[in-house]
Design a binder for this molecule. Structure first.
Ligand code: ADP
Length: 379
């Protein structure tokens, strides 16, 4: 173990536009002496975090993402993944204070816009200084570390006939649940990843070209991201949470909302390789009062997912072909509990590149920034 390592507890925090992600490293006790040295407060914090999976009203631990046997700075232990809405930072600080964190931790390693926005509150409420790290540096460090520690981290969605190159006009986009259900999740060996495109879909979207661990740049982005999806969905359907929006979308049909190529052509636009089932105009049917009267909340939710996802897919594809990159890795919490978007992105990457591009996904979705922060607790 490294003698210069900062004292426990070790945290990494990413205070994003919508969600705050907190990663906690629980050391595996190696000897009696260390156990004796552990203070009562530290013990209580560890117990509280590792024995519960809900904290206050809105804090959640993603138990299924827990990583055992991780080594950081020569210490072996377990990584725990916790999230809560950024709007609840105040409640988090109160909780941290009540658990005695203020007496124990004087610096917390943080990234995301909230590390700037809430800096004063952390000092005032719990006497904690935020040591800030750039969010894109943290994101990439986190992706590379987690992928290295977890052989199952990277995966893709294999289409029904994986060998076939999907360039035929008849290869319709998988808008129906029946078509989507044929996609199977398979592990992807990401051990020689470079170069790759990293598309982080949070509240907004950032697109990065990654050539090596320390060689990357941001090529593009869009403000039409996960926040847009949730915002529009709340407006259109009256839903009030991301989970509800995704569940609604899963039972809807976007083809009653969108205008498809076949609604305009009566079939495929074969000359330019556009299948009849493709969306020609997102929400294009909604100018008709008659159509609006027939549409359901679920249809509107699904059309919103499809619109946002296809737009991101299209930007990602343009960036990848511009940069001559084949592997496109998607992350961010917009993909949480959202196989619909992942499968649509998989189809879009493959179809529009004539099979040249591969869409890849990561198990720990939105936590990489927080992990990257934790890794830099020595700086
Ligand atoms: P940020 O750092 O901008 O907060 P995230 O990667 O955490 O970005 O992703 C935020 C997005 O994830 C939201 O805009 C929403 O689309 C989606 N999301 C997933 N789970 C939730 C949740 N429980 N509450 C709110 N948004 C969620």
């Amino acid at each position: 173990p490294d003698n210069e390592a900062p004292p426990m507890p070790w945290f990494g925090m990413d205070i994003g536009g919508t969600l705050t992600k907190l990663v906690y490293f629980e050391p595996r006790e190696t000897n009696r002496r260390e156990l004796d040295k552990e203070t009562e407060v530290l013990k209580n914090i560890r117990r509280y975090l590792t024995r519960n999976s809900a904290y206050g009203k809105t804090g959640r631990r993603d138990v299924h993402l827990q990583m055992d046997n991780v080594t950081i700075r020569g210490r072996r232990g377990t990584l725990h993944f916790i999230r809560f809405p950024t709007s609840e930072v105040g409640a988090f600080l109160q909780l941290a204070r009540s658990k005695g964190m203020a007496d124990l931790v004087n610096t917390i390693y943080a990234t995301g816009g909230g590390a700037y926005k809430f800096e004063e509150d952390f000092i005032k409420e719990v006497n904690m200084r935020l040591s800030k790290m750039d969010e894109l540096d943290a994101l990439i460090a986190g992706v590379l570390f987690v992928d290295c520690m977890n052989a199952q981290e990277c995966y893709y969605w294999a289409p029904p006939d994986e060998q076939a190159v999907h360039t035929h006009v008849t290869d319709s986009p998988p808008y129906s649940e029946a078509a989507l259900s044929l996609y199977v999740r398979k592990p992807f060996d990401f051990s020689s990843p470079y170069p790759f495109l990293l598309v982080n879909i949070g509240s907004g979207v950032s697109v990065l070209v990654v050539n090596a661990p320390d060689d990357y740049y941001r090529v593009s982005g869009t403000s039409l991201g996960g926040g847009t999806f949730l915002g529009l969905c709340c407006l259109l359907t009256g839903c009030s949470s991301f989970e509800e929006a995704i569940a609604l979308a899963a039972s809807g049909d976007n083809t009653t909302v969108d205008k498809l190529v076949r609604d305009i052509y009566g079939g495929d636009y074969a000359r330019f390789g556009l299948p009849g089932d493709l969306v020609a105009s997102s929400f294009g049917q909604m100018c008709s009062a008659e159509r609006r009267a027939k549409v359901s909340r679920a249809d509107l939710a699904r059309a919103t997912v499809v619109t946002i996802t296809n737009n991101i897919g299209s930007i990602a594809r343009l960036c990848a072909s511009n940069e001559g990159i084949e592997r496109v890795v998607f992350c961010g919490n917009f993909l949480r509990v959202n196989p619909l978007s992942m499968k649509l992105l998989s189809y879009a990457m493959s179809y529009w590149s004539r099979g040249a591009l591969k869409a890849l996904f990561l198990e720990h979705e939105g936590y990489f920034g927080a992990v990257g922060c934790l890794l830099h607790l020595d700086s």
